[in-house]
Design a protein around this ligand. Structure first.
Ligand SMILES: Cc1cc2nc3c(=O)[nH]c(=O)nc-3n(C[C@H](O)[C@H](O)[C@H](O)COP(=O)(O)O)c2cc1C
Length: 220
């Protein structure tokens, strides 16, 4: 099974979030083929809102987005990791979310599973976790859970042993859900209504958004 791990911290794997992600990755186990995507080392420009991806299925900005998209489309599961930056994800990860608009319109990650890892200076990250899980559900994927903590120092956390156990459990849970193709009934309501909304949206733009309309005909 293939797992894509995307870290949105400007410190990459060397920061606090990277330390927590190390433990999630440790829990994935040897059977997982891992692709680590460190946004701090990649070139990713903000979305221009040009609709090219909706029309043609690919972005015209010459950067690393298409490589990241391919990794997400070919994985079985993915991990999204970010520090809390003003109650949200970092600009790096938000840029990726915006650039993923066509994946969202097409529910292109349906059948896959996602997990979330977050660190913050304080303990208030519920809003951020909900947002990241909502992103996962909006791509069509199901969320297997999250791990989050405030920090107590550089790459250290209060109740660290417990936290790292939880992070490793999240990694192994992601693999288990992929193996067993688990279903999360608590996410079905949102995913179902969002899918219906995307279907209506793409149908309403079928004369413009050739790629997405075709995708819906072939995949849903
Ligand atoms: C620009 C910026 C904004 C931040 N905003 C918040 C915030 O709103 N709430 C919070 O608890 N911590 C905030 N923090 C602290 C980081 O979330 C925290 O230090 C995190 O662990 C950094 O992870 P990293 O080392 O992977 O970059 C902020 C830090 C920076 C640099």
């Amino acid at each position: 099974m293939k797992i894509t791990v995307i870290i949105g911290s400007p410190h990459g794997m060397h920061g606090n979030t990277g330390r927590l992600v190390e433990e999630v990755m440790a829990g994935l186990g040897a059977a997982a083929e891992l692709e680590l995507i460190d946004l701090s080392t990649l070139h990713l420009q903000p979305c221009l809102g040009c609709d090219a991806c909706h029309k043609n299925g690919s972005c015209r900005l010459p950067d690393d987005y298409e490589m990241i998209k391919t990794s997400l489309l070919t994985c079985d599961g993915f991990v999204l990791a970010s520090p809390n930056y003003i109650f949200s994800v970092t600009a790096q990860l938000k840029t990726l979310f915006d650039r993923s608009s066509s994946l969202i319109h097409c529910l292109a990650l349906e059948g896959k599973y996602g997990a979330v890892a977050v660190t913050s200076g304080g303990a208030e990250h519920d809003e951020l976790l909900r947002y990241m899980v909502r992103f996962i559900n909006s791509t069509g994927a199901q969320s297997v859970g999250s791990v989050s903590s405030q920090v107590s120092g550089r790459r250290s956390f209060p109740k660290q042993a417990e936290l790292f156990d939880k992070a490793r459990e999240l990694g192994s849970e992601l693999c288990r859900c992929i193996r067993e193709q688990n279903h999360f009934p608590d996410q079905a309501g949102y995913r179902g209504s969002f899918k219906a909304r995307m279907k209506r949206l793409v149908e309403s733009r079928k004369d413009d958004w050739d790629f997405e309309f075709q995708y819906w005909q072939e995949h849903h």
